[in-house]
Design a protein around this ligand. Sequence first.
Ligand SMILES: *Cc1c(COP(=O)(O)O)cnc(C)c1O
Length: 207
Amino acid sequence: MTLVAVSKTVPIDRLRAALAAGHRVLGENRVQEATAKVPALAGPGGPAWHLVGPLQANKARRAVELFDVLEAIDSVALVARLDRLVGELRSGRRLPIYLQVNVDQDPAKAGFEPGDLTAALAAIGRPRNVELTGLMTVGRVGAGPEDARPTFRRLRELSEQARAAAPALGPGLSMGMSDDFEPAIEEGATVVRVGRALFGERAAGTP
Ligand SMILES: *Cc1c(COP(=O)(O)O)cnc(C)c1O
């Protein structure tokens, strides 16, 4: 399992300390913020970077240049654009991506509707340059971690159904954050994205 240390809003000196403490994978939710951080920590012993937040089409090129994994891809058109850009910019190195699924059909969240996933995968087909590593979701925020469990269980079921129809989709499941990574792991997470539990609370007003 991969632990992504979600480092949004955390300054670079604290990220160096996280690397010294053994973290190898950092996550950002904004391309803009990563533009400053990624080059500052590049080099031997540098981290792998995951984009965990939504990606706008006009930032796709920059994201392909900066990140090692893109986790919150939410449209067929964006997959096609990324496939073209990766072919252009990464000379044969495929880029792993996760398709975000809005399991709870929450209007405040991004992602494919569960019922649209199979058709979306059929439209995506077998991309040459991006690797469809798996699915990603954000759990329901409730009174406690258990409130998110049904979302995680449903993502695993959706993954099994989708892979039966679309073998290009891998078995990865990115799910679980500071408040709900335990049920996520129990439900089969292969990636957890943890920010506050590692770095402390973010300043009020930041995402
Ligand atoms: C911020 C963020 C996280 C980490 O959230 P914490 O509650 O700090 O653990 C995980 N995933 C996404 C998509 C995020 O935006």
